[in-house]
Design a protein around this ligand. Structure first.
Ligand SMILES: [Zn+2]
Length: 264
């Protein structure tokens, strides 16, 4: 009888811990999200064609750095299933982080200004792709302007469903109950990160059963550049392991997690 009680206790404990883990679609083991910041030309010219080879969809955090040549290209990318997301209009950062953008120094911004900028960029994105339910990435991964956090103001504004912050290779999400949808960590890549390192992160995510978000900038050009070869090797690895790894956009992955957290 004692043994039976113990077994029942053990089973109920296993049940509770199992609920914390997410069952990914189609019995996949983990989810990988590929994100690209700053509306860079090399993303249009190099990253998107490479993603399209494997029918993978990326998330592109755009700023207002768009023009008559790039707008039709981003529009075509959105039509093809890539996610266009919000990264503000003018990319305000602390002067210490980004000295070459003094007109948009984050230390001189008010919370009202940044929220208004995110609102306007949302409308800009709507004009591009006609979609709602926008996601966001904090410029320079800074969650403050004028020395104050704007995370809760952004939450209250209802403009943004999910927002990405920074992090390093340790930024693998496994505790989804505790995950703040407006502070989702990611792996911000250094200049010229090797394919070996990129794949090692994907393997780490797979082992964890969680979610791993890559934060790319330039691909084979622009800045904080990942080479086209390294990017291609990572995509080849993800394609080879399609059975176990779900490659989703930021919004798709977070929508899935939100539903799973609600038990739906
Ligand atoms: Zn940026």
């Amino acid at each position: 009888m004692k043994n039976l009680t113990f077994c029942l206790l053990l089973l109920s404990w296993m049940g509770t811990s199992a609920q914390r883990k997410i069952s990914w679609p189609h019995h996949k083991k983990a989810v990988i999200v590929l994100t690209y910041d700053d509306a860079l030309n090399s993303q249009l010219d190099k990253a998107i064609p490479q993603l399209d080879v494997h029918h993978f969809k990326g998330t592109f955090f755009l700023t207002g750095e768009l023009n008559s040549i790039t707008i039709p290209k981003w529009r075509a990318a959105a039509k093809n299933g890539h996610e266009l997301a919000n990264h503000t209009l003018f990319h305000p950062c602390l002067s210490a982080t980004m000295p070459d953008n003094p007109a948009n120094a984050a230390e001189r911004y008010s919370i009202y200004q940044i929220i208004r900028e995110i609102y306007t960029m949302n409308n800009f994105l709507y004009a591009l792709d006609g979609k709602g339910g926008r996601t966001y990435a904090y410029p320079c991964t800074e969650t403050e302007v004028g020395g104050k956090s704007y995370v809760d103001s952004l939450r209250k504004s209802g403009l943004i469903k999910y927002a990405r912050v920074g992090g390093d290779v340790e930024a693998v999400v496994t505790d989804f109950k505790k995950l703040d949808p407006l502070r989702v960590p990611s792996y911000g890549l250094d200049e010229n990160t090797s394919a070996v390192k990129l794949i090692a992160f994907a393997k780490r995510v797979e082992k964890s059963g969680g979610m791993g978000i890559f934060m790319f900038h330039g691909i084979g050009g622009d800045y904080i550049t990942t080479s086209t070869e390294a990017h291609k090797e990572l995509l080849n690895y993800l394609a080879k392991n399609r059975k176990d790894l779900w490659v989703a956009t930021f919004q798709q992955a977070m929508d899935y997690i939100t539903r799973a957290n609600k038990g739906k």
